[in-house]
Design a protein. Structure first.
Length: 218
């Protein structure tokens, strides 16, 4: 499996913001979002088989009993990698996993009791919103998965409509909204949510407040 980097840090976004997390950033992505903050997503710095990744995660979680594991990218579910990742998760039933996916690839099954999906629904400002797989709306589990939106000021009216669309398909799915860093004031987003009575949780990109945008491995 091709990996950009892996490191322990504090989770920067919903739904586990602020929690210690072990991040595996897999290489390559099928999108090129306008606001992508991982311009190095196509690098390949580590190559490991599933068994090696399992042993590595075992070591880290044994040393850090309360840590969660996040698979991100790039896009972690590209190609055959989805089955490889599911195999890793099933091999470590005592570990809590999160998969951060861009929403364009259908989640083939959602029977992983120790795994949460964070599905990113791309806004117009991302430039790729039409690629979202609508079948994921019925596959995501409202008790353990969520959808997140990252928006700027131009996306706010779209956000209102999109939330309504999601709610019509999956009423119980938790929704999180954060602002594109540097393009929308948190106060403005908060006021918009309150004014429009949106059934969402506001989130922030905590990692960008703790560390500089250009820092890696954090």
């Amino acid at each position: 499996m091709e990996i950009v980097e892996r490191f322990i840090t504090i989770s920067g976004e919903a739904p586990i913001i602020g929690h210690p997390v072990y991040i595996y950033r897999f290489s390559n992505c099928n999108l090129d979002c306008n606001y992508c903050d991982t311009i190095y997503k196509n690098e390949i710095n580590i190559r490991e088989a599933e068994g090696e990744i399992i042993e590595d995660i075992k070591k880290v979680t044994n040393e850090n009993p309360h840590i969660k594991v996040l698979f991100t990218g790039g896009e972690p579910l590209l190609g055959c990698r989805q089955e490889q990742i599911y195999y890793i998760i099933k091999s470590l039933p005592q570990t809590e996993f999160f998969i951060e996916t861009n929403g364009t690839i259908t989640i083939e099954r959602n029977d992983l009791s120790n795994c949460h999906f964070i599905c990113d629904c791309k806004s117009p400002s991302a430039g790729v919103m039409e690629n979202f797989s609508k079948s994921n709306l019925t596959l995501l589990n409202g008790e353990k998965d969520c959808i997140k939106f990252v928006v700027n000021a131009e996306d706010l009216e779209w956000l209102t409509k999109k939330i309504k669309d999601v709610r019509e398909t999956n009423r119980n799915l938790p929704l999180y909204v954060s602002a594109v860093h540097g393009e929308l004031e948190l106060k403005e987003l908060a006021q918009f949510i309150i004014k429009n009575k949106l059934p969402v949780n506001m989130s922030i990109q905590l990692h960008k407040m703790i560390w500089h945008d250009t820092e890696r491995g954090v």
